[in-house]
Write a new protein. Structure first.
Length: 147
């Protein structure tokens, strides 16, 4: 499906393009203290197969996603979405759906068997969106902070 004329999706591969994504990503990942920290962490993750993409409209970053493709025993070749966030001022305008559709198409093109993501329990609006997009809750994610 082609993108609307005013929308472009790009991979962030340079420090400058990664930094452009910080303000939107910070709305989801509030523990990030600065654009510099964000760039360093993304670059570290990119060395492990992580990719960062952003949806731009009229020169402004409106939606950001971080994802990776990996083999998993439970699901085979899987695209796992670490992060998916649309800036507060740009929500409910179809931007999240554009990015989600793009991610799913990327997963299909890469031959993935599964597409998955986790979403924080407090993100009820995001859950409603994922359910509308025919995603299903397939498991619980448990975590134990070590620091």
């Amino acid at each position: 499906m082609p993108l609307p004329q005013s929308a472009e999706i790009h991979l962030a591969t340079t420090p400058e393009s990664i930094a452009r994504c910080f303000a939107v990503m910070h709305e989801l990942r509030t523990g990030l203290s600065s654009a510099e920290e964000f760039v360093a962490r993304v670059q570290q993750q990119q060395a492990e197969g992580f990719q960062l993409a952003y949806l731009e409209r009229e020169g402004e970053v409106v939606t950001v996603t971080g994802f990776r493709v990996q083999h998993m025993l439970a699901t085979g070749l899987t695209m796992y979405v670490d992060d998916l966030v649309t800036g507060d001022a740009f929500r409910s305008q179809g931007n999240g759906k554009i990015m989600l559709d793009w991610l799913i198409e990327q997963a299909r093109e890469q031959g993935c068997d599964m597409f998955s993501l986790d979403s924080g329990t407090q993100r009820r609006d995001a859950h409603a969106f994922y359910l509308r997009e025919r995603m299903r809750i397939s498991s619980f994610h448990f975590a134990l902070p070590l620091k």
